[in-house]
Design a protein around this ligand. Sequence first.
Ligand code: OSB
Ligand code: MG
Length: 369
Amino acid sequence: MEIRNVTIRELEMTMKQPFATSFGSMQARHFTIVEVTDEHGNRGYGEGVAFPAPFYTEETTQTSIHVMRDFLIPLLKGKRISHPDEIRDLFMPIRKNNMAKAAIECAVWDCYAKREDVSLSAALGGTKKKIGTGISIGLQPTASELNERIAASLAAGYERIKVKVKPGRDIGLLAEIREAFPDIPLMADANSAYSLDDLDLLKEFDRFSLLMIEQPLGADDIVDHAVLQKELDTPICLDESILSADDARKAIGLGSCRVVNIKIGRVGGLTEAREIHDVCQAARIPVWCGGMLEAGVGRAHNIALTSLPNFTLPGDTAGSSNYWHHDIIIPEVTVDHGEITVPEGPGIGCEIDWPEVERRTIRVTELNL
Ligand code: OSB
Ligand code: MG
């Protein structure tokens, strides 16, 4: 297979509600859709999930476009590849910039699966026909608004609730939730808002029987997390600090976490994501698929990845309507009794809603190799 053309589209979509975390709030989603075309005219799509500002990782929408256009796409020129796993090796000379790498790599995986006339799930070795799903609820202005969102999410069938916490909005917030919903499957994500100085406070989280606490400490830390995990009954789940299968191996070895959140963008693509899945499976560490407030293309890739067997915990891949008035794929992602059906059609198994994509496109860059 040879990639002949890559098109990067910048889109801007407005989410139904603002999404607030310990690092900030956003309602406008500015991201990219990458389209690759092979020598036979097969096409594949990937979503570039970087945010406009470098708050979650160091990448931004604009740095990811720069790295794709000026460094990654040129590496594909004239290369014959027999399997998408080879993209990771081709991109190896470029350090990090994982969301830029993943956007292209995911498009190549989709294109490859379409060539082979198999679903992306099947191409990855997925086994599940349906995936369980949870929901991530951002910080809300008031406790009653948060409890309303939780009630609505439970009514919609979501299998677990994740809430965001930050210093000053933690113990009190969790106590109010537990008062209203004593037994629901609940977890908290701190997005790196604490340090070991907060040890006494973090120990109080154990009172709330959380499924796990996600990334309480430094975004690049696995050492302090190992210290913290020894002090907590609540399992720690790492998000920001796991960028590769090697990171997962080290974190597990140190005892820094008991669960891993896998995001395709954060780890540089589906090949690395699958390897993290395998490393965790061998160590009996359950994984789940994290989210980046994706539009339909990214959501479809997440669903295919989640069909792998060690994704035993509900992820953050909620239905399209949780985020968007109108998604950019047909059909949109729907959740039925807490589950999403893994598409069986070729590749990502959905069509691009081109009129909707055109309406949301703010810039197009086309590169012929
Ligand atoms: O830490 O998982 C996170 C959203 C933006 C940045 C980081 C995170 C999140 C979420 C939302 O929790 C996941 C989603 O619904 O896509
Ligand atoms: Mg997180």
